[in-house]
Design a protein around this ligand. Structure first.
Ligand code: GAL
Length: 690
């Protein structure tokens, strides 16, 4: 088998081709008559498409009945693509079981928390833990892998599709059995489980494993540790399924890299992707934006997180949209420039492939109003012209492929356990949204023009000068120790309300909040002070807090108060604190939600850490700067986040795409445009202007 390091990245059919961006889409030719296929490949070539994902939802066409297979049409599609120089990321086709299978085996259908069985007729209606589903699905994977193992168009395997998009939580009897097995592995004995789940509370003691169930609809709040473990289990169950498909593929085609499309975006939180990433050969992500003031921030945040999930290796943007989607309340079309800017922002954060859902907009079916590379209007359209222009831009960016995103000096910690824990029932407030909190901090970095990495708690923080860990609620002992060592080693940490409160079993660290981080921060909180939905508190530095307050006492002489509450129940008490240790590190605490006002506080804290923006003052907040490097060069992506042009006075570097510096070194970056400047590794284009 080819070593994992070489299977990481998708190769073009003939290996000696020069490096280039993969560019393309999901391609669903089974929705169209054959005449259209010829037109498709012609337009793909015109647009510079190099790769398409095929057969994602093709199970019913490939296996129309249990004992009938029909690969002829797919053979033809793959041959046609190959003869036109287009590579194929081939799906295992298991995403949507056909009606004959659910009719024959209704026991593969998922069951909701309230006990309803989901029906066939949409997609992804299968239980992750169903042995019956797995048997049929793996038979299909085996058939696909055997048939196409040597097809010259095949460059990668695409396992299923967005695992867990609709079926992450299944409460069926299959899930119950698998949950018990998972718990046996985690805890070994029932005594350990009873201890971890604190079953002395509400008479929940378990005497036999068989008594344990998933947290189905109950009379009141289900056991919180059971809920947290069910989330961990559900992510692991799908990971196990992913492995099962992968193992079949690796056995039959040991040299073909395997991926599956993650959904690092928005509120998609069921799948613990950092924990899945090592199961595949390269990370792929799907991303769709939501209209609103943080639209672009969220894209950038997701891309930065995907980069760290991919361990800094180039990753594959498997899906995004050319324009509107079909599944939001109002599906807004993209404005001119957004198609390319969105794509290039992913590239800026390490994507070496830019693909869309989908190639040709469906004429019928649930997604007919979802945009595509070829819209309903046809190739004579703004969208298709934008698609072809992006193909040319990616070609200009060829030298960037294979380079990696240059680490920032600051990091933002993102933690799935905390995400899961703080958004369950029975919390001090149900208004707290973990991802929104992290995103607000990310937006503050963007507003200041300071590059920041988004990392998980497993990351080595020692290389960072500054670490923000908002709402880091679940802090096991070893993490507390690492954060402590980070600050003692001279690092600068800021955390917020509801951090450090519980351990990995959701047991409170006693003695006062913020529990595991109490001594490091030099503060003690006796009681939380969450705020009612419309309530606000004023701080003595002019800021307004919402959502949360804390009743803070200072416990360490090294702590200074950066701001106090001016109004509300905590009036007069500290609101923002900073402990500066003798050896230079610091630990700061923000006890209320500041949302869009965070940038002022962050500026002070970054200043204390000596972290400054690399952008000229006039561009900060208006332009996002991201750097990729190949060791000899640095590629600076300057992304205009605004609807106005931004002017730079003195810029160095060779423009690979977008506007170039003029003879005097000035550069004007038009609204929504992106410039990519190549400079020597370690240099910045703003040497003379920052
Ligand atoms: C993804 C999915 C695609 C398509 C797309 C629409 O969730 O993988 O098949 O449905 O969304 O935005």
């Amino acid at each position: 088998m080819t070593p994992a390091s070489e299977r990481r990245w998708l190769r073009t059919p003939s290996d000696d081709r020069p490096a280039r961006f993969a560019y393309g889409a999901d391609y669903n030719p089974e929705q169209w008559p054959r005449e259209v296929w010829k037109e498709d490949v012609r337009l793909m070539r015109e647009a510079g498409v190099t790769v398409v994902s095929v057969a994602i939802f093709s199970w019913a066409r490939l296996q129309p009945a249990e004992d009938r297979w029909d690969f002829g049409w797919l053979d033809e599609v793959l041959d046609l693509l190959h003869s036109n120089g287009i590579a194929v990321d081939l799906a295992t086709a298991t995403a949507s079981p056909p009606p004959w299978l659910t009719t024959l085996h209704p026991e593969i259908l998922p069951v909701t928390r309230t006990g309803e069985t989901l029906s066939q007729g949409a997609r992804q209606h299968w239980r992750p833990t169903s042995p019956v589903f797995r048997e049929y699905a793996l038979r299909l994977v085996e058939a696909m892998a055997s048939r196409y193992a040597d097809h010259p168009a095949l460059v990668a395997w695409h396992i299923s599709n967005e695992l867990g998009c609709h079926n992450i939580y299944d409460y069926s009897d299959d899930a119950a059995r698998a949950f018990r097995d998972w718990l046996r592995t985690r805890y070994g004995t029932l005594d350990e489980l009873n201890r971890a789940w604190a079953t002395s509370f509400w008479s929940q003691y378990y005497g036999e494993w068989e008594q344990i169930q998933p947290p189905r609809l109950a009379a009141s709040h289900a056991n919180p540790t059971q809920q947290l473990d069910f989330k961990r289990f559900s992510s692991d169950a799908l990971k196990d399924y992913l492995r099962a498909e992968r193992d079949v593929l690796r056995r039959i085609t040991p040299d073909v890299p395997v991926t599956t499309n993650f959904m690092v975006m928005g509120e998609t939180k069921g799948m613990n992707y950092p924990d899945w990433a090592d199961e595949i050969d390269f990370v792929s992500n799907d991303h769709y934006t939501h209209p609103g003031p943080q639209r672009l921030d969220e894209l950038s945040f997701s891309a930065a997180l995907t980069h760290s999930i991919a361990h800094g290796n180039p990753w594959f943007l498997m899906e995004h949209s050319t324009s509107a989607v079909n599944w939001q309340t109002v599906n807004v079309a993209k404005t001119p420039g957004e198609l390319a800017r969105d794509s290039l922002l992913h590239v800026a954060h390490g994507a070496d492939a830019v693909c869309f859902f989908q190639w040709r907009q469906s004429a019928a079916g649930a997604e007919k109003y979802h945009s595509a590379m070829v819209p309903h209007a046809g190739a004579d359209s703004e969208v298709f012209r934008g698609v072809a222009a992006l193909g040319r831009t990616l070609h200009e960016l060829t030298p960037v492929t294979g380079s990696v995103r240059q680490p920032a000096r600051a990091a933002l910690v993102y933690d799935w356990d905390s995400w899961w824990a703080v958004e369950r029932d029975s919390q001090p407030t149900s208004l707290l949204r973990y991802r929104q909190e992290a995103l607000d901090w990310y937006s503050a970095f963007l507003a200041l023009g300071v590059r920041v990495d988004v990392v998980t708690t497993a990351a080595d923080l020692t290389g960072y000068d500054f670490v923000a860990a908002p709402v880091l609620h679940v802090v096991p002992k070893d993490l507390a120790g690492r954060l402590d060592a980070y600050v003692r080693g001279g690092g600068h940490l800021v955390t917020t309300y509801y951090s450090g409160v519980v351990d990995e079993n959701d047991h409170v660290h006693l003695g006062g909040y913020p529990g595991a981080l109490r001594e490091l921060l030099g503060i003690r909180i006796e009681e939380f002070g969450p705020l009612l939905e419309d309530a606000e508190v004023r701080l003595d530095n002019g800021l307004t807090g919402t959502l949360w307050t804390d009743r803070i006492d200072l416990t360490d002489p090294e702590v200074t108060v950066l701001a106090r509450y001016g109004t509300g129940d905590q009036a007069g008490r500290p609101a923002l604190t900073r402990r500066v240790l003798a050896d230079g590190g610091s630990a700061s605490y923000v006890s209320t939600r500041l949302g869009t006002q965070l940038s002022g506080v962050l500026a002070t804290l970054l200043d204390g850490a000596g972290v400054v923006s690399e952008l000229p003052a006039g561009a900060r907040g208006r332009v996002e700067a991201t750097v990729r490097t190949d060791g000899s060069h640095a590629y600076w992506f300057l992304v205009n986040r605004t609807d106005e042009s931004v002017a730079f006075d003195a810029v160095d570097g060779e423009a690979l795409t977008g506007p170039a510096p003029d003879a005097r070194g000035g550069l004007v970056l038009p609204a929504r445009e992106v410039a990519v400047l190549r400079v020597e590794a370690g240099a910045t284009p703003f040497g003379r202007d920052a």
